[in-house]
Design a protein around this ligand. Structure first.
Ligand code: NDP
Length: 444
């Protein structure tokens, strides 16, 4: 970096001890150096200094009472990052690892992802270090209500529209939406990922995983290949992983492994997704149960080993930095030729360098997992016009959006002489729309 080196230095000074956030910013600024050279008016207008600084960061106490009558205190976050092209939009994550750095990296990535969808959505993200695992439904409800008692002041259908993420699915969104309605008397689309009976969109649950696989289809089509007969690894066994697996299987791929934060299962016969859904969605159990019930499967404790399995394609769908340099080398050694990210920032910079050095086809999450937020955008549209579209209509729109994200990212890479570099292409294509809007709106 030359022109933007000073911007990154300032970010480091202002945000010490925020490694995930600095990792995300550095990657984007590296891509944007060439844009800064080409568009000096963006430099003069301070676009780069402004885009790395959140418009607003809210941190709050979330007190609640557990089933034993003990008071618990968690920390809540909402980072409203950028509203140049629309209301803030981005999920809520409940996981013990949540802190300001994690929420800021996710919010920062969200700006570019939302821009890539072509829909009018700004970037934001929120969450808490609350762990829903092992909590009763009543405890989760009390927590969600307490979380909303503070957050409701800052969100709204035209202001900031949260959704789910790790640890936040239909149940949690329902509780938060209910409390928002109670506090405000407003019945509007303040959340996406809602239940189908109260304004949710068909195909939203499937959208991130399905969208990821539609994106993979585009990548493969460019090299005259398809998913038919390919071996695939999917990490995670949550919302994104399950529907990535389902769609990949529908195109004839063989998914041989899935995981959770404790370990992974390898099933040489191919994953029985109905069994995974029963264990994870219905019973809220652990993935190791799969190997107990399916004789062809083997369970291994620990997550990293999943990347040592021989495969054609890897779809990391669990969490940030789950593939490091060593795991990326293991993937290459096992024959992997394509990595597409369902999770946000699952590959470390070292891993990405390994993909690039070995000529893998590689899709960064901000492009390949944008189907979730895109369909959230479609849910917002349906809420605004008080209509709901069929599953097929939403799915068709999702496919169109994933195609155009792929095209925009690969065209941007070509335009700047970086053919095939989707990291660069996604960063630049996502940035340009937001930067033009910020420029037009003056120094705000
Ligand atoms: P879920 O909570 O439904 O599932 C998360 C999965 O990842 C679980 O299997 C979980 O295992 C595993 N996991 C979580 N943390 C870790 C960890 N530290 N180490 C190993 N495994 C872990 O979340 P989603 O499927 O919604 O989200 C997965 C990823 O996709 C996240 O990066 C999220 O930001 C991203 N994403 C999600 C979108 C959505 O629409 N939901 C949209 C775009 C991106 P366990 O059960 O043991 O915790």
């Amino acid at each position: 970096m030359k022109i933007l080196a000073g911007v990154f230095e300032q970010v480091k000074l202002r945000n010490p001890n925020e490694p995930e956030y600095l990792q995300a910013v550095e990657e984007v600024l590296e891509s944007l150096e060439i844009v800064a050279e080409k568009y000096p008016h963006f430099v003069k207008a301070g676009i780069f200094e402004r885009i790395v600084e959140p418009e607003r960061q809210i941190i709050f106490r979330v007190p609640w009472v557990d089933d034993n009558g003990n008071v618990q205190v968690n920390r809540g976050f909402r980072v409203q990052y950028n509203s140049a092209i629309g209301p803030y939009k981005g999920g809520i994550r409940f996981h013990p690892s949540v802190n300001l750095s994690v929420i800021k990296f996710l919010g920062f990535e969200q700006i570019f992802k939302n821009s890539l969808t072509g829909l009018p959505m700004g970037g934001g993200k929120g969450g808490s270090d609350f762990d829903p695992k092992g909590k009763s439904d009543n405890e989760v409800m009390r927590f969600c209500q307490s979380f909303m008692n503070e957050l409701y002041k800052y969100v709204g259908a035209d202001v900031d529209v949260p959704a789910g993420d790790i640890g936040v699915g239909g149940r949690e969104v329902g509780y938060m939406f209910g409390q928002y309605k109670r506090l405000t008397d407003l019945y509007h689309g303040v959340f996406t990922g809602k239940g189908l009976d109260f304004g949710g969109s068909l195909a939203r649950t499937q959208a991130t995983g399905y969208g990821l696989v539609y994106f993979v289809n585009e990548m493969l089509a460019d090299v005259n290949e398809t998913l038919e007969g390919k071996t695939v690894l999917v990490s995670g066994s949550g919302n994104v992983a399950i529907y990535a697996c389902e769609k990949a299987q529908s195109f004839g791929a063989k998914v041989v492994a899935m995981s959770d934060s404790n370990g992974y299962v390898y099933d040489e016969e191919g994953i029985d997704l109905a069994l995974v859904k029963q264990i994870k969605e219905v019973e809220r159990g652990r993935i190791k149960e799969y190997a107990v019930r399916k004789p062809s499967a083997v369970y291994t404790e620990g997550c990293k080993g999943i990347w040592t399995i021989k495969t054609d394609i890897a779809l990391p769908c669990a969490t940030q930095n789950e593939i490091d340099e060593e795991s990326a080398k293991a993937l290459v050694a096992g024959g992997c030729r394509l990595v597409a990210e369902g999770a946000n920032m699952p590959s470390t910079p070292g891993a990405i360098a390994v993909y690039q050095a070995n000529g893998l086809l590689y899709a960064p999450g901000k492009a390949s997992n944008a189907g979730g937020v895109a369909t959230s955008g479609l849910e917002m549209s349906q809420n605004s016009i008080r209509m709901s579209w069929s599953f097929e209509e939403v799915d068709e729109k999702l496919q169109g959006i994933m195609k155009s994200i792929y095209k925009n990212a690969s065209d941007a890479a070509k335009e700047f002489g970086k053919d095939g570099d989707l990291v660069f292409g996604a960063n630049v294509a996502g940035f340009l729309k937001v930067a033009k809007a910020m420029y037009a709106q003056g120094v705000v």
